[in-house]
Design a binder for this molecule. Structure first.
Ligand code: FES
Length: 72
């Protein structure tokens, strides 16, 4: 059995793409909320553009769901 590992996006805080997508699926829609719930980009900030690209890709593929608010 093979387990697919998720790409590590934030090296400072060890946050994977899978973790970021999980927060997006739960309603986060901007870098601030992703940072709040994962700590991604809370260090050197080098990963910000990659996180924003993940957010933009997710939101563009989920356009009808954008009315949904985060409920943590
Ligand atoms: S790599 Fe994400 S804050 Fe440094």
């Amino acid at each position: 059995m093979t387990v697919k590992k998720s790409k590590l996006i934030c090296l400072c805080n060890g946050v994977s793409e899978k973790e970021i997508l999980s927060v997006l699926k739960r309603g986060a829609r901007d870098l601030e909320k992703v940072q709040k719930f994962t700590r991604a980009s809370a260090g050197c900030g080098r990963c910000k553009s990659e996180i924003e690209a993940i957010i933009n890709n997710y939101c563009s593929s989920k356009a009808p769901d954008l009315q949904q608010n985060i409920n943590f």
